[in-house]
Design a protein around this ligand. Structure first.
Ligand code: KG4
Ligand code: ZN
Length: 348
């Protein structure tokens, strides 16, 4: 028997019910049930629908993760669960389930931050995190640059979006282009056939003054409006809109700013390792441009495989296992959920 901790992680902050199992720094299972299809016709995640879907998926997803990992619940050493940030009702379902497991099995529980989990997941893919690591987190709800000195308790925000998150911009622009929700993967696919320099869309917060006040911050709302207006003007004048070109040019603008600021932050803070996580890290152009720019700047790049970038339970289990390995005190059994949990608070 291994003496590394066997940790089960539960993730329900948005529309994915994720249950992952990690032993030490080894991933054993990553079971995910998504309610994304139930939200598609609304063009966005409906919180009440997500909560109900979590409730229905929870027990079967836990059972599937145990089966995949070849372990029994009674083998577990600890439970980890996303306690925030996220949708309030959705978080409650996961935290209630995790508390029930912890009480029933008489093992410790760790309520952990969703964003730190997006960072920690790369440990099970690429090994221990260099300290410090610069993390660019880009998802449907967040776009942040984080200086991570210790993923279990020292995560410092350097910058964040001042309006829309990067994934939100992908989803909104996809809607303008008549592509299904969630739009990110569809824009990614359409852009492969398009010309990324066909339209010169704006790069938010990169002008001289903005680089003083918002050096590491992002803004995607102006870009989204620019794409909308461009499409509208074309349609009004009866000209055709080449979806692939708009998708590629929009994607290029987002990816250009994200990678430019992430590399700048690494250089200026003297950090040699950049990690990209969150759903948008699955974007093929973001991955290729980040690799080019990191190579040119002598920065090592780590990006988890796409399945570990989008929300999942493995990331929560990975962070939970780090908590155990580093001897962090478990959370109390009455740990709260916090839908707007700050990124600096790794544990509840
Ligand atoms: O991390 P995630 O699964 O959930 C949140 O915590 O938000 O991220 C979901 C977001 C969505 O906005 C989705 O459109 C975007 O990630 N996304 C992508 C790609 N795959 C997912 N955006 C761009 N390109 C992709 N390939
Ligand atoms: Zn996420």
């Amino acid at each position: 028997m291994s003496d590394e901790p066997l940790v089960l992680g539960v993730e329900t902050s948005c529309d994915e019910t994720g249950v992952g199992i990690v032993r030490g720094e080894t991933l054993l299972a990553d079971a995910v049930a998504s309610s994304v299809d139930e939200h598609a016709r609304f063009g966005g995640v409906v919180p009440e629908v997500a909560s109900r879907a979590h409730l229905e998926a929870m027990v079967p997803t836990i059972a599937r993760a145990c089966r995949d990992a070849g372990v029994a619940l009674t083998d577990l050493d600890a439970i980890a669960v996303t306690s925030g940030p996220g949708l309030a009702g959705a978080l409650l379902v996961g935290v209630a389930a995790a508390k029930a497991l912890a009480v029933g099995l008489d093992i410790p529980i760790y309520g952990v931050n969703h964003l730190a989990s997006h960072v920690a997941v790369d440990i099970v893919e690429h090994g221990p995190l260099p300290e410090p690591t610069m993390a660019l987190l880009v998802s449907g709800g967040h776009s942040s640059l984080l200086l991570v000195s210790d993923v279990t308790h020292d995560v410092r925000p350097l910058g964040a979006t001042i309006d829309d998150a990067a994934g939100e911009a992908f989803d909104k622009v996809a809607r303008v282009l008549g592509l299904p929700f969630p739009g990110g993967p569809h824009i990614d696919r359409a852009a492969r056939e398009g010309n990324a320099i066909a339209i010169d869309f704006p790069r938010g917060l990169t002008s001289g003054k903005d680089m003083t006040r918002h050096r590491y911050d992002f803004s995607f709302s102006g870009l989204k409006t620019a794409v909308s207006r461009w499409v509208q003007l074309r349609e009004q004048s009866g000209e055709s809109v080449v979806v692939a070109d708009v998708a590629a040019s929009f994607q290029e603008a987002v990816v250009d700013v994200l990678t430019r600021k992430a590399v700048l932050a690494c250089r200026e803070q003297g950090v040699e390792d950049l990690l990209i996580g969150g759903g948008v890290a699955a974007n093929s152009r973001l991955r290729s441009m980040a690799q080019e720019r990191c190579d040119a700047a002598g920065i090592r790049l780590r990006v988890p495989r796409p399945g570990l970038c989008t929300d999942n339970g493995a990331m929560v289990a990975a962070l939970g296992a780090q908590m155990v390995l580093r001897g962090r005190t478990p959370s109390l059994l009455d740990l709260p959920t916090d839908s707007s949990m700050p990124v600096t608070q790794v544990q509840s």
